[in-house]
Each structure stands twice: as structure tokens, then as C-alpha cells.
Design a protein around this ligand. Sequence first.
Ligand code: SAH
Ligand code: SF4
Length: 457
Amino acid sequence: MNVYDSERIAEGLRPLGYRMTSSPEAADLIIVNTCAIREKAEQKVFSFLGRVSGLKRKKPGLIVAVGGCVAQQEGKKILKRAPHVNVVFGTHTIPRLPQMIERIESGGYRVVDIEMSDEIEAHETATIPQDNGKTASFVTIMQGCDNYCTYCVVPYVRGREMSRTPESIIREIREIVKSGVREVTLLGQNVNSYGKKEGLCSFPELLARINEIEGLWRVRFTTSHPKDLSEDLIYAFENLDKLCKHIHLPVQSGSNRILKRMNRKYTRELYLERVEKLRAVCPGIAITSDMIVGFPGETRADFEETLELMKIVEYDGLFAFKYSDRPNAPAGRFPDKIPEEEKKERLRILLDLQEHFTIKKNQAMIGSTERVLVDGFSKKQSSGIRNPKSEIRSQDIQWTGRTSTNKIINFVQGDACNKIFTGEMIHVRIDRAFSHSLRGKPIKIEPSGLKGESYAA
Ligand code: SAH
Ligand code: SF4
């Protein structure tokens, strides 16, 4: 969500003459888009602002703006902790950022605007980036959240849940597809409740409309709250050819007692039922999740239940976090806090178990042929390519792409495919598996125009 917001912020500042730089040292304006989801993310903001204050000492004209969830949460207090900051803008005031920057440019000293609105203005009026050379892009379909999980800060910093109209979402996707985007990931804190409040179409209906967009090959979404996962959405994985075979379905805990204290509004049994149904309707679907360890009151037995659930589901991937108190979130006031050392230990055990399943799943793919949408050069490679001194022969260039199940596949071009381009759909035979990626040999480039996930190899 922050990546999406950052792109809109950058685009909105183009008319003022701003362009991206490759380093903070070269910048006239630094915008820090912050995250408040966990304590650690918030700490990072202030250590980064410390670095920026050094830059400002060397370049007094430098404008520093702080936005996003920490800015929304802290408001003016940011200026106290970081007096070199010129602008503080909130999660709903991105459209007004250009005016705030203009005020500073014309001699203003400081601006703080963190007003929250009842309209979904921030996304409806945001400028759509034109041709940023990307194959895959995010599109926010709703903002805020009404679920109030007891550990979570989102409802307080992103506001009430509001959905964009299908028309404006489709207009945005059409625009970015024109500029070369082939895959979109629809974003919302709980996409399953899309449109309900406003009486718009349902999320599966929205997906069906997006599935029709010409030139778009793949659709993903995140995040899907297990309590609202409908039958219609499950069947969308069978019926919509562009919908990727991957669902991020955060369970958070495998213990009913903890799920209740988290206010997640589903049980372990309901969750497992839905996982089973997804796999029955869409065999091979990749399932990933978020987990919180060390939630207040989580006993060893509760934690064991989480591990047991992981053994039943065998996730393709997992994002696991140590619980941390967040401002306003009620769990901060819950008794029986878990000591930091114990949280660390539980996280390690959980991640070790997951590593076993991730590797097992990746190894099972060896020998198979996968359809891969080429994202570009792999990270390791792109640093080499930027270095003019390094001589890289085209057959050594390492490319990266993803499968429908969102597995990262790296490969070099070979005799079968000797001219690979970003944004192409190619078939890769997998020959090696690691814990975070796979390697393979490209064997065929798909002719354009035959896309969608139902295209037969
Ligand atoms: N809307 C999504 C979650 C968004 S926040 C959902 O309901 O699934 C992303 C993840 O951060 C959460 O799934 C949770 O695992 C983690 N998280 C949120 N608040 C946290 C906290 N206080 N401590 C630790 N992890 C937290
Ligand atoms: Fe936070 Fe729960 Fe809303 Fe997700 S559903 S954003 S975890 S309150």
C-alpha cells in the first residue's frame, strides 16, 4: 500500500518539476513515507530522519516531508522529535501535498496537514503514473479498515473503510495497461468486504469485470480476511482465467483462544475448512499467511496449536512477526505480556518450521515447466548492469519473473529463448530450488495475445 502511495506522491509532484533521484544526497526534496504497523517500522522512521538531518545541515535548502501512518499518528509531534522536517502530511492528505510543498518553496517554514476525510479522495484524485516501465503494478481498491483487530493500528491511522467505485478502478487499470503493465495486484485491508458499505458490486464481481480488461494478463489481490472469504470468491479461482493461483489468507494464530482475543471473528476450524475448499476448487493454489507470535496471553500450548495448524496447511510462504504494542490498539492494555526473549524464540521455531515447508514445496517443482511473467533483471544482476565497468554478456544476464503462484524464478536466456524482454510470458523448466527462489531454463516465449492463466503450455 505504501509503495502504491509513494508512486502517486511522486507523480503528483511532477508538475512542480520534481523527478526521482538515485540517492538522498542528490535530492532537493526528501519524502519519507512511513509505516506504523509494528514498533520496529516506527523506530526505523526516526533513525532515518536522523540521517536526513545530517544531509540538511550540509544543504539547508533541502525540503523534508514526512507522510504515511506514523505521520498520521504523531502529527505535530514529529516536528518536536525531528525539527528539520518541513511538512507532515497524513494518509488522507496526499492530494494536497503539492500545495504544501509549494508553500515551503515560497518561503513557508512548516506545514502540518493530517486531516482525515470521510471520502476516498486520496485515491480517486491521485494521478496515475504514466509508463514507469513496470510489468506489475499495485492498484488500491479501498482504504481504511473497520475490523478493529485488537493488535492493529490500521483503523486509527488509515481511517474508516471506504471503497473506490469499480469505474474508477477499471479506468486506472486500463491506463496502466496502456503503459505496459501486464499484472495488477488489487490492494485493500480486507478486499472481501469491498463495496459492501457503499452498495457497489461485490469483490468477485469486481474481479470478473477486471478479468475482461484487454491487454491485462494477470490479477492478484491482497489481503483477504478469512472471516469474509465467500464461496463466490473461492469459485473465482476456477472461473476467472486471469486470476493468479495464489491467495494470501492471514490466519495470525492457530489457537481459538488467541483468535478471540485478537477479535479476528473466525475459528481455527472455519479457517481450515476454507483452506480445504480453496484447494478442492483450485488444486495447486499457493496459500500464504501472516502470523503473530507472542500475542499477550499466548501460552506455549496456544503457540503449539499455531505450529500444528501450519503442519496441516503447509503454507507456501509465511510472514511472521513478534507482537508489539501499538498506540490506541486495545491489546496494548491486555495483561500477560510475553517477554521479548520468549517472542524471539517462538518466532525462530515458527520460521524454521516454515522454511522446511517452503523448501519442500519449491523442490517439488523441480522438473516442471512454469509460465513466468518476466519482471526484469534479477536484483543481483541489476546492480552489476548499472556498473559500467562490469562486462556482462547477454547470455549471462540473469532475469527474474514470477509464476501464477507467485514463486520467484530466476533464469538466464539460452538457445531456446535468446531474446527475452521484460513483460513477456515465457515457459521455464525448473532445475533448482532454494528457500526464496527457484532457477530454471527458459524453453519457450508465448506468442502475445494468448494470455490469461488458462493458456495451455
Ligand atoms: N489487513 C490485513 C493485515 C494488514 S497488517 C489482515 O487483516 O490480514 C499486516 C500484518 O502485520 C498483519 O497481518 C499482522 O500479522 C501484522 N501486525 C499487525 N499489527 C501487529 C502488531 N501490533 N504486532 C505484530 N504484528 C502485527
Ligand atoms: Fe488490521 Fe485487522 Fe484491519 Fe487487518 S483486518 S488492517 S489486521 S484491523
